[in-house]
Design a protein around this ligand. Structure first.
Ligand code: NCD
Ligand code: ZN
Length: 362
């Protein structure tokens, strides 16, 4: 038996790869390499990078660009627009992994605050691929009303408070088709860290209290939380240090070692870790890893996260200086050795669109 943990087809269902008009922050090439270094088979890219992925032309541009650049497999979300772009849905559905609705403000211009318009988006999105929502606080309750009405599988991204967990726990008990993601930064950092970190600790949702953090860990144990997602949101340091810093922190390369640290600290079982980073996101987004697609992790190796070693183009981590457990040793995709712990071993364009084969069971 290998001394390494073997994880089948790791999936991060919440990343912002940038490129296009934000290629100075990060590119499909740089961030898919960072994803392999983080152990991932596949990552799902959010629609808020300009030009926003809210119409057929913007989607085609993104598809055309990423397919020549990616070294890991990938999917793209389509974004719900403020102007009401439901007429686009039928035409783009087969090429995307799901719909993203921004119900509260964050980086980018996608924001749907009007409940009647949110309802129109929920009504129009075809069944078979999930709706992912950015919903905070009472907005969670507003979205739950729509889930109750339409019964469409809905993933609640980056949940960060005890109150939101309370609402989603009840929703699960009620039998609603909801799933929950949390990020490593909300699990490991709190409002005190935010004060100390300045704009490097600025992201949406904001870092919360220690009591909120405790509720997230409890919800991981209770299986209210389904997924650990990075919300990888690279911004250049010069932007983060500017007078008007954007929201977001990178995370693709630090999620697995931080969760392996939780295993070492006995906050998480190995089985639960595998569910949170691979099995559950596969199920929620209807993704079947191709044969011979897995990651080998040395759970016992310890090291210190260092900005100097980050592959993300932004070149920094909110966890710089933190000692973690667990090193990605090998990543295999479709029987091909794609990452050896140090080097990416495949050419740009190796990565494939997972939407071609995705389908969730209702
Ligand atoms: C994200 C970004 O920078 O694109 N920022 C963030 O703080 N998480 C947008 C988002 O997902 O909210
Ligand atoms: Zn995000």
């Amino acid at each position: 038996m290998s001394k390494y943990l073997r994880i089948p087809g790791m999936v991060d269902p919440h990343v912002h790869l940038r490129d296009l008009e934000w290629a100075h922050k990060a590119t499909f090439a740089s961030e898919t390499a960072a994803a392999l270094a983080g152990g991932y088979w596949a990552i799902l890219d959010m629609p808020n990078t300009p030009p926003s992925t809210i119409d057929h032309a913007a989607l085609e541009l993104k598809l055309d660009t990423i397919q020549h650049q990616a070294v890991c497999d990938w999917g793209l979300y389509f974004g719900a627009s403020q102007g009401g772009n439901q007429a686009e849905y039928a035409g783009v559905f087969s090429q995307v992994c799901g719909l993203k609705i921004y119900c509260n403000a964050t980086t980018g211009t996608l924001l749907v605050e009007d409940q009647a318009l949110r309802e129109a988006h929920f009504a129009a999105w075809p069944v078979g691929k999930p709706i992912a929502v950015h919903a905070e606080g009472d907005t969670v309750a507003e979205i739950l009303e729509l889930v109750r009405k339409f019964h469409k599988p809905t993933h609640f991204c980056h949940i960060s408070t005890a109150y939101e967990i309370y609402l989603l726990r009840l929703a699960k008990e009620e039998g609603l088709p909801v799933t929950v993601g949390v990020t490593p930064h909300h699990l490991y950092l709190d409002e005190d860290d935010a004060r100390a970190m300045g704009s490097l600790g600025l992201m949406k949702p904001l870092l919360k209290t220690k009591a909120d953090q405790q509720a997230l860990w409890q919800a991981i144990s209770d299986e209210v939380v389904d997924v650990i997602e990075s919300d990888h949101a690279p911004h250049a340091l010069i932007e983060k240090y500017s007078a008007n810093p954007p929201y977001g922190v990178p995370g693709l390369e630090t999620t697995l070692p931080l969760m392996a640290l939780a295993v070492a600290d006995e906050r998480l079982s190995v089985e639960r870790l595998v569910d949170l980073v691979a099995i559950n996101p596969q199920r929620i987004f209807g993704l079947t890893p191709p044969p011979d697609t897995y990651t080998l992790v040395d759970l016992h190796e310890t090291y210190v996260i260092d900005n100097a070693n980050m592959r993300t183009l932004c070149g920094w981590s909110p966890f710089d200086g933190i000692k973690v457990h667990g090193r990605v040793m090998e990543v295999w995709v479709r029987g091909q050795y794609v990452f050896d712990g140090e080097n990416v071993l495949v050419e740009a364009g190796f990565g494939q669109n997972v939407a071609a084969t995705s389908e969730i069971s209702q």
